[in-house]
Design a protein around this ligand. Sequence first.
Ligand code: FES
Length: 138
Amino acid sequence: MTDLSRRDFLRLARDGFLYLSSALAFVGFLRFLDYDPNPTTKTEFDLGLAEKYPPGSRTVLDEIPAILIHTESGFSALSLTCTHLGCILEPDAEGFACPCHGSRFDADGKVMHGPAAKHLQSLRVQVTIENNLKVFTV
Ligand code: FES
């Protein structure tokens, strides 16, 4: 068994710390090189067959986030992004509530009280020839 002097132990600890710091800095540099400042955002969402959404239904689409509404006049969709500062709204019995600053929207997406000043954004809904539903965010 070798005796490790205090000086040797400190040298080993220093070298180990330097190697570890260098490795972490190198990993950070690799992540920096892989950074994409403009990631592509999905703007088209295929919801499957229209029969999955019966008349009278209101379906929250978490992926977008939005709500798909099916009435006698057809399909429509509202964004669930608050028009104040972009928090995700929570549907309730009267419409939609913002958990961040308390804005309220009615079931049609109209502002009931602020701080939000704009109504919810309507999203384009398309029924394809194959009877599939698509929602577009732009
Ligand atoms: S983000 Fe909704 S009220 Fe501020």
